[in-house]
Write a protein that binds this ligand. Structure first.
Ligand code: E4P
Length: 314
């Protein structure tokens, strides 16, 4: 499994590439990580130059830059502008697009992420599809032509802990086989853990023969990293703290016990894979409460300086 760093902090990205050259395979940023970097930087370098520096450090490996727009056609315009502004620096930019940019179930933009992926891919721009919380979302992103698909493992575990009423520290390990309550394993529509979500997404790519690579994301600790590797993820993006722990104290995992998806779900995905699903069915497959929540969080963290880089208001 190849390892990306999940960070927009040069103070983290630079040592990762400098000291772990063989391991460093890419960078993922998002609006919250950009805000963190901007807040820490306190204005000593313009954000555009700062991003250019990240791209140079990561030269030869992919770097994801996320759009902040939440509806078509602005997502495509901004994705194209980000790519045109930054890809010439080191030729390593991909554009991160949320699988569903809607902020609530009532919004009418559920299909805009998939449509934006199709348009950007049509322009020859590689896409990392983000905020994926179900194998159905992963299937549709792959069908749209995304190069990378990012299932958010840690946030699934956070959600399952919440359902269990368990107080938690985000770095605490959550069993990939899930946890039992009242005699049954607590799940999100059959997904029993973040590692299980990653495994299901890998299964979808294999079953349908998509070229997209699963980039396990929202990882919190070395054990989870070791498990997504055993689950078959070709790529994982890891925050700096977990990377350091992983390097200092590598975890070995030989096998996992993960449930397979039920036939009803496979039938729905086969139907969509064959292009037979109508708009309402596709819209239904794209919805997930954690995707809405993730869009809400990212939207709250948008810094005007980032939007201004691609022609938006300061
Ligand atoms: C993925 O690309 C995201 O940047 C990231 O993994 C989100 O992780 P979080 O759930 O820790 O915010």
């Amino acid at each position: 499994m190849k390892v990306f760093i999940d960070s927009a902090e040069l103070m983290e990205i630079t040592p990762f590439y400098l000291y772990h050259q063989k391991m460093a395979a890419g960078v993922t940023t998002n609006p919250s990580l950009i805000k963190k970097a901007v807040d820490a930087r306190k204005g000593d370098m313009r954000l555009g130059e700062y991003i250019e520096q990240i791209l140079r450090v990561a030269e030869g490996t992919p770097v994801s830059l996320e759009v902040t727009e939440t509806a078509m056609p602005k997502m495509v315009i901004q994705g194209k502008a980000l790519y045109e502004r930054f890809n010439p620096i080191a030729g390593n930019v991909n554009i991160k697009i949320p699988v569903n940019p809607a902020l609530t179930p009532e919004d009418d933009s559920h299909l805009d992420g998939i449509r934006a992926i199709e348009d950007l891919v049509g322009l020859g721009i590689p896409v990392n599809c983000t905020l994926v919380f179900s194998p159905e979302q992963a299937m549709l992103a792959a069908q749209a032509g995304a190069s990378f698909i990012s299932p958010f493992a840690g946030r699934v575990d956070d959600d399952l802990r919440k359902r269990l009423g368990a107080p938690f520290d985000k770095t605490e390990y959550y069993s990939s086989a899930g946890r039992r309550s009242d005699g049954h394993v607590v799940s999100d529509n059959g997904i029993v853990s973040g590692v299980h979500l990653v495994y299901a997404c890998v299964q979808v790519m294999e079953r349908f023969g998509y070229d997209a690579q699963i980039l396990a994301a929202s990882l919190r600790n070395p054990r989870q990293v070791a498990e997504v590797e055993v689950a078959g993820a070709p790529l994982a993006t890891i925050p700096y703290g977990a990377l350091l722990q992983m390097i200092d104290d590598p975890v070995q995992v030989s096998s996992l016990s993960l449930p397979t998806l039920d036939e009803r779900r496979w039938a729905i995905m086969h139907h969509a894979h064959a292009g037979e699903a109508d708009e309402a069915e596709v819209q239904n497959m794209l919805q997930h409460p954690k995707t809405y929540e993730g869009m809400g969080n990212f939207t709250r963290d948008i810094v005007p300086e980032y939007v201004a880089l691609t022609g938006g208001p300061e």
